[in-house]
Write a new protein. Structure first.
Length: 62
């Protein structure tokens, strides 16, 4: 994923599923090439490279 896509996901009114190393995450913010994320399965928070994030194909509709 690129920084622009991550920013679009943050601003999206839809819930967009994002994965980091196959683990679901919530993007909390982006600073350059680093994303601040919350791991949904554990609740842990951390910083990861934006280019390691992957948008899953299944979007939830509102």
């Amino acid at each position: 994923m690129d920084t622009e896509s991550a920013m679009e996901i943050i601003g999206s009114p839809s819930e967009i599923r994002v994965l980091y190393n196959n683990d679901p995450v919530w993007i909390q913010g982006v600073n350059g090439d680093i994303a601040r994320v919350k791991f949904l399965e554990t609740g842990a928070e951390g910083e990861v490279p934006v280019h390691d994030l992957v948008e899953a194909d299944d979007r939830k509709k509102q």
